[in-house]
Design a protein around this ligand. Sequence first.
Ligand code: UTP
Length: 224
Amino acid sequence: MRIVFRIGGSVVASPINTELMSRYVELLKSVKQQGHEVAVVVGGGTLAREFINIAKNLGLGMQAQDEIAISVSRLFAQLFLKKFGDLACSKVAVTLEDAAECLAEGKVVVMGGLKPGITTDTVAALVAERVGADLLVKGTDQDGIYDKDPRKFADAVKLDHLSFDHLQNVLSETVHKAGIHQIIDPEAVKVLKHKRVKLIVVNGFTPENTMAAVNGEKVGTTVE
Ligand code: UTP
């Protein structure tokens, strides 16, 4: 399979967790060695948000803030890339074209942000679209997608399986009722829905969940 892995900055970079980063790289190396094609998209976590604040305090606009956050995410991407060694391309992909070329060379793609005005979720979806991926696995700080925000509602129920249409309803309800908590960016969902790329959202603090998702085991929430 051709698989895009989106590793949340909230998972490996808030605070920075080098042990978890190493475990991810080892695990994704074995996914690659199983014969899958692998692209990894990482976010900038709290460090990116700190830099966004610095930019804001300097009076810089939204575009500049985003550009700064993208640079931070690319720093994390570079750490992953170096840790992959020869299995990865020599540089962090900064365009979708880079990502496609890298994959065509048989290497692991590593990316951070792409352009201002989007999130890393959308980057992962755009990469998936560009390379015709079969699956996007998102490792995040919750066990999956709930019918409402589990941090706000004690009776929230985890959904094991749902359609893209149902997910869009859940996300719009969340925005409407409970503020901005978004388990996955609705923009990314639009792209995935359009291209029919299967999405599995798992708890990223246990990297083995990622492997379980690849192997078709019951884990997290599957959207298709
Ligand atoms: P994310 O919110 O996507 O990263 O990007 P994250 O740290 O992995 O987040 P979690 O773990 O899902 O919570 C951080 C910020 O970087 C900018 C945006 O401002 C975004 O909110 N960004 C990121 C871009 O402008 N363009 C990109 O392509 C990626």
